[in-house]
Design a protein around this ligand. Structure first.
Ligand SMILES: Cc1cc2nc3c(=O)[nH]c(=O)nc-3n(C[C@H](O)[C@H](O)[C@H](O)COP(=O)(O)OP(=O)(O)OC[C@H]3O[C@@H](n4cnc5c(N)ncnc54)[C@H](O)[C@@H]3O)c2cc1C
Ligand SMILES: *[C@@H]1O[C@H](CO)[C@@H](O)[C@H](O)[C@H]1NC(C)=O
Length: 341
């Protein structure tokens, strides 16, 4: 069989990392990334890129832990290499703080991040309104640099990048033997999946290079995530909203909430406001499906619905998606050799 042609729809962190796993595990595959938006115009560019998982109620915890661990291990390797600055990956220490005792004393990811422990009384003095806290070291991706680094790796491995809006996955059947759907919130339309819904997030990216530690309120709403160049201040979680325009009142409210946790942010400069739609679902959809029309078949692998945790989980889900593509190719080769007999 000629080199199987695989199309990956989507150029956010999920599509690019899935395409990279594919070229790594299937060197004979010809991989094309198709997307209507590339960095810096995807949801993934808006994200803070912190590796702190959110729980998907519909996915078994041991699976989520495996995805997170694979992602953490992969990025930890990059952070310890000469690639770290170009890829925008760095270790970061900080605090997750709570007004009331946290629901889980030990979250499922506590032994994957480094040095997870309860905060000391002295540390808690920084946060007079909070009574409980967890300190740990995790990793952060600076989003546009990491996406550009993935694109560069893909091009070096011979993958094609193509700007194109896909109206229907079936439209790709005459050009590709397998299609991978990593369309983020776009999958609602592409896969006709009404269980996928947007959770709007507005954030500020500011210049405040003296802020070195992350701070996350356990309510998940207010956070301060320092990156290599900019600090991300958040945020909002608005279920069902498709509005991509920044809301000025929300910008002020986010800034005030963050200054309450970190008063030195009053001196922040060059405030930029961004909005993104988290592709949310009870669980990530990571499965094979065969589309068929008039006896013609198109194997599809879905990999979407990462919600608030696309960066935290991307490498683990990309590996699994690449494995499923391998199964599709094996099935195609099997049916071809049967046809020859
Ligand atoms: C404010 C905010 C902060 C966040 N912070 C974090 C964080 O700190 N840590 C974390 O882990 N996660 C975070 N997230 C979540 C994270 O951003 C998402 O989970 C992740 O970006 C999803 O990636 P994706 O590749 O699935 O989607 P996207 O980045 O949206 O990419 C989808 C791609 O599909 C393409 N596409 C869609 N439809 C079509 C079509 N019909 N034809 C062609 N192309 C199509 C798009 O153009 C795009 O290229 C945050 C999200 C927001 C909004
Ligand atoms: C991002 O969007 C802007 C504005 O629409 C456009 O000018 C630019 O070419 C886009 N960038 C990429 C890489 O597609």
């Amino acid at each position: 069989m000629a080199a199987p042609k695989v199309a990956v729809v989507g150029a956010g962190v999920v599509g690019l990392s899935t395409a990279l796993c594919l070229v790594e595990t299937c060197p004979s595959c010809s991989v094309t990334v198709l997307a209507d938006q590339f960095s810096p115009n995807t949801t993934s560019d808006v994200a803070a890129g912190m590796l702190i998982p959110h729980t998907y109620p519909g996915t078994p915890i041991h699976v989520q832990k495996q995805w997170f661990k694979e992602t953490f291990t992969y990025l930890f390797g990059i952070s310890n290499s000469a690639e770290a600055s170009e890829a925008g990956i760095h270790l970061i220490s900080g605090w997750q703080i709570f007004k009331n005792a946290p629901k889980e004393e030990l979250p499922f990811w506590s032994d994957v991040v480094l040095g997870f422990r309860s905060m000391s009384e002295a540390e808690l003095q920084k946060f007079p309104q909070h009574r409980f806290g967890q300190a740990f070291t995790t990793l952060k991706c600076d989003c546009p640099p990491y996406l550009l680094w993935l694109e560069k790796r893909l091009k070096a491995a011979g993958a094609q990048m193509c700007t194109r809006k896909v109206a229907e996955l079936w439209d790709l059947h005459s050009e590709y033997s397998v299609v991978v759907n990593c369309a983020g919130i776009g999958a609602r339309q592409l896969a006709g999946d009404e269980r996928l819904f947007p959770v709007r997030g507005q954030v500020l990216k500011v210049h405040a290079p003296w802020v070195k530690n992350f701070i996350r309120d356990g309510d998940g709403l207010t956070y301060i995530y320092p990156g290599v160049h900019r600090v991300t201040l958040g945020g909002t979680r608005e279920e069902g909203s498709w509005n991509l325009s920044p809301h000025p009142g929300t910008t002020k409210a986010i800034f005030d909430r963050c200054c309450t946790l970190e008063p030195s942010l009053r001196g922040a400069q060059d405030i930029e406001v961004k909005v993104g739609l988290r592709p949310s679902r009870r669980c990530v959809r990571l499965q094979r499906e065969v589309l068929s029309q008039g006896g013609v078949k198109l194997p599809v692998v879905h990999n979407y619905g990462h919600g608030s945790g696309g960066f935290s989980m991307h490498r683990g889900t990309a590996k699994e998606a690449a494995r499923l593509v391998g199964e599709c190719i094996a099935a195609l080769q099997g049916s071809l050799s049967r046809a020859k007999l």
